[in-house]
Design a protein around this ligand. Sequence first.
Ligand SMILES: CCCCCCCCCCCCC[C@H](O)CC(=O)SCCNC(=O)CCNC(=O)[C@H](O)C(C)(C)COP(=O)(O)OP(=O)(O)OC[C@H]1O[C@@H](n2cnc3c(N)ncnc32)[C@H](O)[C@@H]1OP(=O)(O)O
Length: 731
Amino acid sequence: MANYSVRNQVAIISLCSPPVNALSSDVRRGILDSLKKAEQDVKVAAIVICGEGRTFCVGADITEFKSEFKTFPNLFELVDILESSPKPIVAAIHGHAFGGGLEVALACHYRVALSSAKLALPEVKLGILPGAGGTQRLPRLIGIDSSMQWIAFGDEYSAQIAANIGIIDRIFPSNADILESAVQYAQSIIGKSLINRRVSKLPVKDASKVSHIMEKYKQIVGKKSRGAIAPMVCLEAIKHAALLPYVEGMKKERMGIEALMGSDQSKSLIYMFFAERQVRNWTIPGTGINSKNTKPIKVEKVAVIGLGTMGRGIVLSLLKAGIKHVSVMELNKTARENGLLFIKNILEGYAARGTISETQKRSMVDALKPVSNFEMLKDTDLVIEAVFESMSIKKDIFAKLGQVCKPSAVLATNTSALDVDEIAMVTPKPKQVVGMHFFAPAHVMKLLENVRGSKSSPQVIATAMNMGQRMGKVTVLVGNCHGFVGNRMFRHYTVETDFMLEEGAYPEQVDTVLKKFGFAMGRYQVGDLSGNDIGYRMRTKFEMTNKQQPPGAPERERHGVRYCPLADFLVESGRLGYKSDGKGWFRYLGKNRELTVDNEVTSMIDSYRRRNKIVPRKINGEEIIERALYPLINEGFKILEEGIASNPMEIDLILVHGYAWPRHTGGPMFYAHLIGLPKILRVIERHWNNAGLREPHWEPSKMLVRLVKNHGNPDIMSWTTLERETVRSAL
Ligand SMILES: CCCCCCCCCCCCC[C@H](O)CC(=O)SCCNC(=O)CCNC(=O)[C@H](O)C(C)(C)COP(=O)(O)OP(=O)(O)OC[C@H]1O[C@@H](n2cnc3c(N)ncnc32)[C@H](O)[C@@H]1OP(=O)(O)O
């Protein structure tokens, strides 16, 4: 709803819909009713629209997208009514003016803001476009070029930047009273003509350059938003602002939003938006323990052990989170010096770019406390071990930590696959141990996969979850198993794509199809970038690599299971990827590391096929997608079935934020939901029937089978509940 009052000739319409004043049908109706009152009241000479509570307005109510936009006034009807008001309207912005919130402000005749306010048209991130005049009004205020920048990428901007380009008319200090300031401002404009204040009536300044600007943004969008439809539709709509009168442009905007709203991409992106918020409410499946009934311990002093690639990033994340005491322990002198230098250089960079102030930088540097022995960690609240991925080294460290740290200290291991329980057992208090799996580079990557060991106490889990949130990370809680959620699922992707190489595909073909699907890089380029030796080391651990096999052992089988040794040959011939002189699955040439197909790799694959008498066949794009992605989805269901993840959203967040799964498909589980579970199961069963025990990753998940058998194609939000009910009724 909206509240209405009058103060010294100024009517105040305050949006009141906690927590973020989204423009629900009630709020829209409230604004309209208040506007009518203000227009009819002869004592009112100006109007202020503001937001109650923490923010001005974050835009349309996303939860209403599904149900309706039919009730009067619709948002695009409301903005035109506001703009045509005969009395001047001032938008008073604090907090956020996002999406429809900014569109309402653009329809007002003046906009004032606190300097701390943030503005954005982020609809593109939900797979739609600003559909309440944003694509038509913004270009009339700031031009085509800046509008394309704002709308096609949806980033937020400070009120000061918005003022510099002409969106905001007056900035007030962040500690000013926005309402009081706006009322005074409104009094100062009483009686002034509104002729030049109705944005829809203004010309578009750089309209003549539209084709040129459009081409520029098409190129950028093509590269940055691979596979996403909305950014291009946004550009088209903005182009029409330059070419058509406002009313005609609005028709085009309307066509754009009708095409996008309700599309699979938009559904996926909205699902992601809510998943990112929902994941804060973690739960331990089957225990009743959750974020609501468990408090984290207070963490003031943190220590990081190891200053390699992971440790450095973790230290930076802690500093950015405002931790005032970060002990760093690295016993190797060169690694310590390099690590500290790296951290300081990154902080310098942040300060130079204005991301942090000089004062903040100094206090971050002061927070760094190099320590040289374990004794010095005795009053630390949280220790994050980030040394080399070796069970024996990690056990050694945890045994020492168990001796010196205070009993309440949380001891976290940054491991990507090792058994958290095995590490915990070397300490006197395994309940204090938890896994915190960061992704490299840890100060950049948004994902943190926290791993609850079988003994981890709820409070310890809550502390790790809380720390991840303090670091601004999408923090997901998962159970302990080999590879946890992300690596466990991703392994099948690499295994099955390599089988396709055996059968007839080539790396460039597989990568092209995956990029078309929306991955920023294909499976083979990713291998080259991160180093093909990583997977090789893992396979060595399980005695699977080519070199470890006795003479005469079958080339295409390990421990009774189908195996493709092509990745082993690659590494054994020194082709680790970017780092080995640009040689991996591909060749990377020149300063820009231009990716090219390497005949040496093609010949290696061809001769392997000949040696094994494999007659190559044509593998089409559809088969590549199914075989690369469906085993991963199948594993996702097994993960849900085992309670390693408590819902599909957690899995999707991990794959999107940690493994570059294209966000606009919503992650593997949401993608499966869009395709439909019956089809997913059919394909998995077909492969399983053909391959059998030799390819266990195709063995259909029992949960998937049960869902399809009992419920056909149930909604993703009901999967875990339905599964629980089925299992319970079978007991
Ligand atoms: C099928 C054919 C149909 C044809 C129809 C044609 C007619 C259509 C006319 C449409 C006109 C559309 C007009 C408009 O252009 C569309 C929009 O405005 S879309 C919305 C754009 N806005 C956003 O995307 C902002 C989203 N929010 C955020 O980014 C963040 O919330 C924030 C603003 C940066 C604030 O962040 P935080 O402070 O961290 O707060 P939280 O994120 O935790 O949010 C708190 C709480 O609020 C919920 N919430 C946030 N935004 C919205 C929202 N827009 N709608 C509903 N709910 C919202 C959020 O989920 C949190 O909830 P909680 O988790 O606490 O329950």
